[in-house]
Design a binder for this molecule. Structure first.
Ligand SMILES: Nc1ncnc2c1ncn2[C@@H]1O[C@H](COP(=O)(O)OP(=O)(O)OP(=O)(O)O)[C@@H](O)[C@H]1O
Ligand SMILES: Nc1ncnc2c1ncn2[C@@H]1O[C@H](COP(=O)(O)OP(=O)(O)OP(=O)(O)O)[C@@H](O)[C@H]1O
Length: 476
């Protein structure tokens, strides 16, 4: 029997600080036990829908509601956050703002402590989930000292332990490596089956989300629902790229090779594609035609890393060790590795934030002789979490800050900031406060703040999941 657990009826929501509604005329029913993916470009209103489901709207993020939103039979306008917290457990997009415990173990236990469960039961449950998510070795570590992916996994444990009827995941894969992403999706699937929970996932990474069955995809654009379909129907429409949502890579390849997607019955995973010689031939011809552009320019070494490494403390099991490589001027380099491998640590060492066991040469000069400020003139670093970088209230001021500190004139600053905001798809928001942006848009502000300085090297720590640039929404 299908029984609605979430109902939006002619629902619109306008944040107090906005001139226009962010969500418009939402009509959506989600039944108990369904597994739903909410997708859409950055700033389209996905998290705003999520905030209605967990009661942050209108309890914390105040604004004007028209129409109706019922969660488990309760109207969000008349229900306080405490009551709704028993219905919906949320894993936030920004995991840092979710941690409460001084250690990972305490943090995972929080929901059970709050429910006054017996201590031995709490311990047992925490260990069960820590084992399942392979984070037992982190239980005594402070959440703030974890890598981005480890934080995401700990936040996930804190939600799964709670066993609420609605589980809301806002970009649960954002900081996870592909293998952990797949594993997380499998776990969410397992939990849903065990608890018969209703699962709502907000994500950009369709390929990994669709690795497990999803009932429906709700596609959001510009604050409206523009599609409510099964994943297979939606992928057959092949319209995702039009609104700035990345299609699974294998579908992009098929379309580029000239394969008609309508001839393939199931598009939801690479494994479901037919073993068809004609398709194989088209793909082969397409790859044979591709040519790699190689420049014969003389390479000029910019950064030389020799035996680079760092150990945070003596308890660290696998510290970063002995990284030796050369990065040339104009190179485009990916630092790839599983969660906790030391990618961010390497970036922090290069920027001079933490001590280095080895040596780094920049343009043949020993980097250790420079101050952090001098290094920042040469190397711009966009951190994984935009909230850790932002210090100004207004978008313009955040992007202009570095130029002001470097003594540029008012006119120069205006020109440079506007040009960079255009490149980053943020120009329509140039007079906005940063607090009114989605997390993806905030990430773009931090990228703009570094780009505008035109450093010799730009390091982007996990920019990809959050910065798919969609068409800007209306400006207020
Ligand atoms: N706290 C807020 N106050 C005012 N306006 C906000 C607030 N949060 C979001 N908005 C507005 O709502 C729009 C949608 O934001 P939301 O966070 O729902 O987008 P999203 O689709 O989840 O984006 P992303 O993928 O970048 O996280 C933003 O562009 C912004 O205009
Ligand atoms: N301040 C700290 N104190 C103690 N340990 C730390 C600290 N920061 C990071 N670590 C540990 O160092 C290891 C490497 O972390 P790092 O952030 O460099 O990983 P990463 O490769 O960037 O991972 P991710 O892909 O998850 O972001 C992790 O095991 C992490 O727990």
């Amino acid at each position: 029997m299908t029984e609605p657990i979430i109902t939006f009826k002619n629902f619109s929501f306008k944040y107090d600080s906005q001139a226009f509604p962010t969500l418009q005329d939402i009509n959506l029913t989600i039944n108990r036990g369904e597994k739903i993916l909410i997708a859409g470009p950055s700033g389209s209103g996905k998290s705003t829908i999520g905030r209605c489901i967990n009661g942050l709207i209108p309890n914390i993020d105040t604004g004007t509601i028209t129409g109706e939103c019922l969660i488990n039979g309760k109207n969000i306008k008349e229900t306080d956050l405490f009551d709704l917290s028993f219905t919906t457990s949320t894993i936030l997009q920004d995991t840092d703002s979710q941690f409460i415990g001084l250690t990972v173990g305490e943090d995972i236990a929080f929901a059970l402590e709050n429910d006054c469960r017996p201590q031995n039961k709490i311990r047992q449950t925490v260990h069960r989930w820590a084992d399942e998510l392979e984070i037992s070795h982190l239980l005594k570590q402070a959440p703030q000292s974890l890598s981005g992916g480890q934080k995401q996994t700990v936040a996930l444990a804190g939600v799964l332990i709670d066993e609420s009827p609605i589980l809301l995941f806002d970009e649960p894969l954002a900081n996870l490596d592909p293998a952990s992403g797949m594993k997380t999706m499998a776990l969410i699937d397992q939990i849903q089956k065990e608890l018969n929970a209703t699962v709502i996932i907000i994500e950009h990474r369709l390929e990994e989300v669709l690795s497990q069955p999803i009932d429906r995809v709700i596609l959001v654009n510009d604050g409206k629902i523009i599609a409510d379909k099964s994943p297979n129907d939606l992928l057959h429409q092949n319209k995702l790229e039009d609104i700035g949502v990345r299609s699974p890579l294998y579908l992009t390849a098929l379309v580029k090779a000239g394969v008609d997607l309508d001839t393939i019955p199931d598009l939801t995973s690479i494994e479901a594609l037919p073993d068809d010689a004609k398709i194989g031939q088209k793909l082969q011809e397409w790859t044979d035609d591709a040519s790699l552009i190689s420049t014969k320019e003389e390479k000029h070494s910019l950064l030389e890393l020799k035996g680079v490494g760092h150990r945070y403390n003596h308890l660290q099991v696998n510290p970063l060790r002995d990284v030796t490589t050369t990065i040339n001027k104009g190179d485009f380099v990916s630092i790839v590795g599983q969660n906790g491998a030391g990618k961010t640590t390497l970036c922090r060492i290069i920027c001079g934030f933490i001590p280095n066991e080895g040596k780094i040469l920049f343009d043949d000069d020993d980097l250790s002789q420079y101050s952090i400020k001098q290094i920042s003139e040469k190397i711009g670093y966009v951190m994984q979490d935009p909230n850790q970088m932002i210090s100004q209230k207004m978008i313009f001021d955040e992007v202009a800050l570095g130029l002001r500190l470097r003594g540029y004139s008012k006119e120069e600053i205006k020109d440079k900031v506007f040009e960079t905001l255009k490149i980053c798809g943020l120009y329509p928001y140039r007079h906005w406060p940063i607090s009114a942006l989605s997390l993806g848009q905030k990430k773009r502000v931090t990228i703009a703040a570094i780009l505008v300085l035109e450093p010799d090297v730009i390091i982007l720590d996990e920019p990809q999941p959050l910065v798919k640039i969609g068409r800007p929404t209306r400006k207020s």
